[in-house]
Design a protein around this ligand. Structure first.
Ligand SMILES: Nc1nc2c(ncn2[C@@H]2O[C@H](COP(=O)(O)OP(=O)(O)OP(=O)(O)O)[C@@H](O)[C@H]2O)c(=O)[nH]1
Ligand SMILES: [Mg+2]
Length: 296
């Protein structure tokens, strides 16, 4: 008789910018999900697989849940996140310690409406100046009656991560593992490369352009000594294109060189990265264009 194994889907949910993707990367000890200081960094649900002994937690990193659904892209992102509310075995809700906002209330309301098992993570506890603030927060979350466990975590200082993993493993349903032991994500190399370039756009440019840009890998050729990649960066207006390119191409060059370093680490290969900037007017509010840029 074979030994008992446990496997389940675990949704990482919360308002934008609470640290969902950062937590996932630290749990996996590998960067698979892009992060930035700006809200709405993650756009698609993506899987990250944590396997240890008999346990396999399949994390679903989701876009932040919010109520600005003016544009088609925003509706797409929020629909991705809320679908995970229903489709997972365990829901992990992140709330930033000391920064409880109305958007968090909205997430809690959604949890109440959809039955399921929940645990809460109080994230970024390293930023709390006064640690005594933690206890009343835990108490308040406890009183909602929604959470089986409330775990303070600092991903950046790797505090609480092991406790978190254990609490997740303990709640996985019995079942066979769905991923091989060495598989960490469901994302293709192409998609991971697109995300890395988008991360550099998010990090290097002001507030508007990151939310108006998309990245599509057009060519991906793995040679013996060199992998050659062509990627298109799409923005919504000519003015944005000029900003992405920068003075004499300086900004695009800097985005490209930062991205290339990460891609070389990911692929463990030398990489030649060519970036092109293109305009697709109003793509974030156009279902057909969104579809073509990978948001289906
Ligand atoms: N100080 C501190 N900062 C953190 C911690 N975890 C995440 N951050 C920062 O918080 C910001 C947002 O992190 P993300 O992981 O991108 O947040 P997210 O919830 O995935 O955001 P969206 O994808 O936009 O919904 C980044 O600048 C992170 O570096 C932490 O434990 N401590
Ligand atoms: Mg994210």
């Amino acid at each position: 008789m074979s030994a008992v194994t446990y496997c389940g889907y675990v949704g990482l949910l919360g308002r934008p910018n609470v640290g969902k993707s950062t937590l996932l990367n630290h749990v996996l000890r590998q960067k698979i999900s892009i992060t930035s200081r700006k809200p709405q960094t993650t756009r698609h649900n993506m899987l990250g697989v944590d396997t240890q002994g008999p346990y396999q937690a399949i994390y679903v990193d989701t876009p932040g849940i919010h109520q600005h659904t003016d544009k088609a892209l925003n509706r797409y992102m929020v629909a991705n996140a809320t679908s995970a509310l229903r489709d997972v075995d365990l829901r992990v809700v992140l709330i930033e310690a000391g920064k409880h906002k109305p958007e968090d209330e909205h997430v809690l309301e959604l949890l109440k409406k959809t039955p399921g098992t929940n645990i809460a993570v109080l994230s970024k506890v390293d930023l709390l100046k006064d640690k005594s603030e933690l206890l009343p927060e835990i108490q308040r979350l406890h009183e909602t009656g929604l959470f089986e466990e409330i775990i303070p975590v600092s991903a950046l200082r790797s505090e609480g991560i092991e406790t978190f993993r254990e609490q997740v493993f303990a709640r996985l349903p019995e079942g066979p593992h769905l991923f091989a032991e060495d598989e960490v994500t469901d994302q293709t190399e192409r998609r991971l490369v697109e995300e890395i370039v988008r991360e550099k756009l998010m990090r290097q440019l002001g507030d508007e352009i990151p939310h108006s840009s998309a990245v599509v890998v057009e060519r991906f050729v793995s040679g013996e000594n060199l992998t050659e990649i062509h990627a298109d960066i799409y923005v919504e207006r000519e003015g944005q294109k000029r900003i992405v390119i920068g003075n004499k191409g300086a900004r695009l060059k800097s985005i490209g060189s930062e991205a290339r370093k990460d891609i070389e680490r990911l692929l463990d290969a030398r990489v030649m990265l060519h970036l092109f900037v293109k305009v697709r007017k109003g793509w974030t509010n156009n279902d057909r264009l969104m579809h073509r840029l990978g948001y289906e």
